[in-house]
Design a protein around this ligand. Sequence first.
Ligand code: SF4
Ligand code: SF4
Length: 99
Amino acid sequence: MGKPRYLSKDVSLSLDTQKCIGCGTCTQVCPHEVFAVDSGKATVIDHDACMECGACALNCPAEAIFVDAGVGCASAIIIAALLRREPSCGCCCGDKKSD
Ligand code: SF4
Ligand code: SF4
């Protein structure tokens, strides 16, 4: 099975290559291999694979990436893992504690 695809025309991801310093962090944190670094600059190689989790923009030291990250469960889980926190997306499921 191939990589999951999302609604391409709705993906808000954009990259400002002028700001990029080529550190490669986006290639490490992106769970869908959206980026590659070539000749010292990041490029978007698979725009449609982006699920707008926001991890790349959150971790880019040059603020070269913009993405309108969702507030859904997947986004919350990924961000929580990166920040080593409990996930909280504000939906009905994740914030409930079982007795
Ligand atoms: S994390 Fe930011 S600065 Fe680093 S390679 Fe990716 S876009 Fe460029
Ligand atoms: S928002 Fe998430 S899935 Fe999209 S490019 Fe950034 S890290 Fe990858």
